[in-house]
Design a protein around this ligand. Structure first.
Ligand SMILES: [Zn+2]
Length: 217
């Protein structure tokens, strides 16, 4: 690698670190993560490396220098703190989808409740179709940090930008860290809307068949 490329890379790392910190605060303030829960990462553009949140640090208090640089096999390249336990899930997603530049995992409470209840989140509001045209699938429970969870998410994320982990939380991806964050917030909003609509209309009204009729899809 020549000096110019190295400098470009360092600038990209600095940029990504600062953006992850900003987005982390946003997720924290939005109530989608509490304490040290959740994790967030972004690919360094044009490389086989990514920056990821370390374990045990709150997204609300994250500092750029605490973020860890990893390769796409999940090996630490640079950083003092321990890697997020979900690093294998993040790197498995980057290996499966070259278009994905960022991954956000939260425990967004309402969306997580849908994953516990086994109810799929649907694009009930017309503009949600742009983001989740096929709904948000629930991936059957696997333990956090396990190889099985990483593999199950890797398989499903090929067809969806957002998935729910049963009894656990939400994973979203995007072409930028901001986009992955916005999608995570949007999934929570969809879940809130669906929850309220279900209370008002009953769960039998909320289904794909009715949606397809109404939106002519
Ligand atoms: Zn989690």
């Amino acid at each position: 690698m020549n000096g110019g490329n190295e400098k470009m890379n360092e600038d990209a790392i600095k940029d990504i670190r600062e953006r992850i910190v900003k987005v982390g605060k946003e997720l924290y303030e939005h109530g989608l993560v509490t304490g040290p829960t959740g994790n967030i990462s972004a690919r360094i553009p044009g490389t086989d490396t990514a920056i990821i949140k370390p374990s045990g640090v709150s997204m609300g208090l994250l500092k750029p220098e605490e973020l860890v640089l990893v390769d796409l096999q999940g090996n630490k390249i640079r950083g003092e703190l321990s890697l997020s336990v979900e690093t294998p899930m993040h790197t498995a997603i980057y290996r499966a989808r070259s278009d994905v530049q960022a991954v956000v995992h939260t425990h967004a409470p309402v969306a997580t409740a849908f994953g516990i209840a086994g109810v799929e989140i649907l694009p009930l509001q017309i503009e949600m179709f742009m983001f989740i045209p096929k709904g948000v699938p629930i991936i059957p429970f696997e333990f956090p940090g396990s190889k099985e969870l990483a593999e199950a998410v890797q398989k499903k994320i090929v067809d969806f930008d957002a998935v729910i982990l049963e009894n656990h939380g939400v994973v979203t991806v995007g072409s930028s860290i901001e986009e992955a964050c916005d999608l995570n917030k949007l999934i929570e909003e969809c879940a809130e809307v669906q929850y309220m609509a279900t209370v008002l209309a009953g769960k039998d009204v909320i289904n794909w068949e009715n949606l397809k009729k109404k939106f002519k899809i």
